[in-house]
Design a protein around this ligand. Structure first.
Ligand code: SF4
Ligand code: SF4
Length: 190
């Protein structure tokens, strides 16, 4: 495999791993903090997006991979559009989560990880989102059976929650999942 072409050099193995996975060079960051200023959920994060990028550059793997920041990221891409250095920070956040899971690091916000798993399992099975099935899958994962029950009832009464999935496009969706799995397997062995 070709060595990553990091324009500004770094000793950080994590920065290099992110570059290999996504082509995003966090070493271009000059800490203007525009990403942090525009992030709608930075108030709930333990480290702002700019702080996390800096920690990646410094090779502070434990801090980065155990941080809540990437797990709370809503992938709204405000940071990505604001970054003067064109660092796709939203993509970096996704990659931090992937690397954390690959290295066996427990998700810092387990509810979010459970939501991802329940959603993906649901879409894989039904071909598209079947909300009621996804909610049930999430409840079984989190054992939080009564949270948002009132909201669920309101949606049900307004006909927003269907009782039966449609399975439209299920075969196509399943093929996409299979292709992604094969791609990941190939990349792992490369
Ligand atoms: S993509 Fe994530 S980190 Fe970037 S602004 Fe949105 S929530 Fe914040
Ligand atoms: S906006 Fe870009 S350059 Fe500025 S702190 Fe964030 S990542 Fe760094």
């Amino acid at each position: 495999m070709m060595e990553p072409n990091l324009t500004i050099t770094s000793q950080s193995e994590l920065a290099e791993a992110i570059f290999r996975e996504t082509g995003q060079n966090v070493n271009l960051c000059y800490q203007c903090r525009k990403c942090a200023a525009g992030c709608p959920v930075s108030y709930a994060m333990d480290y702002t997006p700019s702080q996390l990028i800096h920690a990646i550059r410094l090779g502070m793997d434990d801090l980065v991979l155990n941080s809540k920041t990437a797990w709370l990221c809503a992938t709204c891409e405000t940071c990505t559009t604001r970054c003067p250095q064109e660092v796709d920070i939203a993509k970096v956040m996704d990659t931090v989560k992937i690397i954390a899971l690959r290295r066996g690091v427990k998700p810092a916000v387990p509810q979010v990880a459970s939501f991802y798993k329940a959603t993906l399992a649901n879409v894989k099975k039904c071909g598209r989102m079947f909300e009621l099935g996804m909610i049930m899958g999430l409840k079984l994962r989190t054992f939080d059976f009564f949270k948002d029950a009132g909201l669920g009832m309101k949606m049900f009464k307004k006909g927003k929650l269907k009782m039966i999935p449609s399975f439209t496009g299920a075969w196509t969706t399943w093929k996409i999942f299979r292709r992604v799995k094969n791609f990941e397997k190939k990349n792992r062995n490369a």
